[in-house]
Design a protein. Structure first.
Length: 430
């Protein structure tokens, strides 16, 4: 069992459990070195995000994955029995499949999200710098990156937005095209607005204005995205600057009315405005949607887009699973070939040892003055007999026991063109 993984994620555990087994980035390298110092653990990589913590290990043949699970709990000062119901484990092929699905976004809370791939790459980097990645895990992690890239290239799993923030920014791009010459006004400073700001930055938004009831919070968010902050009372003075308005506050009454938007449109000389009201209750009066040059979407409008896109992602996910199947088989084939490496090495060492013994014997005979021609014939005959002796004994034994599959395997292994007639043997065998 060379490959083993153990983990906990958003599907198996609530956040209060997940946060207890999470690894702080600053402690990750030390944890990796401590883990690989455990008996039987040759290599290790740890991924730890808000939604999952997973350990991937290359273990010795006699090592047990249960020891890795026990170490995880011991490291965090937790009782294994209390955490075990939330853990999942995978071995060998199942571990390969799990990692490839995770890297491809097929196991994420939001199907097809791309952030997890970057997080796995960072985990690989940290493990490499810590010296806990070798040939096997190195090959596996690189294979997961290639698979994830193929899934993104060959399927549409990441093409459609499936979060409110992402959907809002995607609609803005459809209306304005490039966003680098446009200004976005974000009303509120909560999690959705922060995520919207991140998506806008990723799409090279020109300017960001953050309006919030608490100006200090607006400043904190605006500074992170190179924007500037205003109080809600300043909205009328700045509304005309905004090509994109996205609002998500906890206000009980609308913040923007039809009159203030009409005034802004006049100041803009009726250049279009894209407005998204994510709040419940609404931040923008519904009548604003009646104005020419205003594209107003509510959270319900976005949910329709998201549901359509989720269906599209589920269809793409089926294609992605087929890609994962192929890539699992590819890596498993390489993994299985490793078992032949040691067998080939041992077989070659035995043959070379026999060769050296017979060569030394031939040299002694030559030193004694024996005829070189006779010594060469003796060397060839003796070397041949010793090399074929064990296989011949094993094949005769297999024949006597009716193990025809071994005889057929010998034909393939030694590339014999014609079957050997039954009852014949090697005359020169000693």
């Amino acid at each position: 069992m060379p490959l083993f993984s153990v983990g906990i994620n958003h599907k198996t555990a609530p956040v209060d459990i997940r946060e207890r087994v999470a690894f702080a980035p600053a402690r990750l390298a030390g944890a990796l070195r401590e883990l690989t110092a455990q008996p039987g653990v040759q290599e290790a990589v740890i991924t730890s995000t808000c939604n999952r913590t997973e350990i991937y290990c290359h273990l010795d043949e006699n090592a047990h994955g249960a020891a890795v699970s026990a170490w995880l709990c011991r490291y965090h000062g937790l009782n294994l029995d209390a955490v075990a119901p939330y853990l999942y484990t995978h071995e060998d092929t199942a571990a390969v499949r799990h990692l490839l699905r995770v890297a491809s976004g097929l196991d994420s809370m939001i199907l097809g999200e791309p952030q997890i791939l970057g997080q796995i790459k960072e985990a690989y980097k940290i493990a490499t710098e810590a010296g806990t990645v070798g040939t096997l895990l190195g090959r596996l992690l690189q294979h997961s990156f290639t698979t994830a890239k193929q899934v993104r290239t060959d399927t549409a799993i990441g093409a459609s937005p499936v979060s409110v923030a992402f959907a809002a920014v995607s609609l803005a791009k459809q209306i304005f095209g490039d966003l680098n010459k446009h200004t976005a006004l974000l009303i509120g400073a909560g999690e959705t607005i922060e995520l919207t700001a991140r998506h806008l930055r990723e799409n090279n938004i020109g300017r960001v204005i953050v309006a919030n009831r608490t100006l200090e919070r607006a400043h904190a968010l605006a500074s992170e995205f190179n924007g500037y902050a205003i109080a809600l009372s300043e909205l009328p003075a700045h509304l005309s600057e905004a090509d994109i308005v996205i609002s998500s506050t906890a206000a009980e009454l609308p913040i923007l009315g039809k009159g203030s938007v009409e005034s802004a449109l006049k100041a803009r000389k009726h250049r279009p405005m894209f407005m998204v009201d994510i709040a419940v209750p609404r931040d923008i009066e519904p009548e604003v949607g009646e104005l020419a040059d205003v594209y107003l979407y509510t959270v319900d409008d976005l949910q329709e887009v998201i549901q359509e896109n989720l269906q599209s992602r589920h269809q793409a996910a089926r294609q992605a699973e087929e890609i994962v199947d192929v890539q699992v088989a590819s890596f498993t084939g390489w993994l299985q070939s490793l078992s032949a490496v040691s067998t080939i090495r041992d077989y070659r060492m035995n043959a070379e040892r026999t060769r050296d013994e017979e060569l030394a014997n031939a040299r002694r005979l030559l030193a004694q003055g024996r005829d070189p021609e006779q010594v060469m014939h003796l060397l060839a005959r003796s070397l041949t007999n010793k090399l074929i002796h064990t296989p011949c004994v094993q094949l005769k034994q297999a024949s006597a026991e009716g193990r025809d599959e071994l005889l057929r395997a010998a034909h393939e292994l030694f590339n014999l063109q014609h079957p050997t007639p039954q009852g014949t043997g090697e005359k020169n065998e000693q």
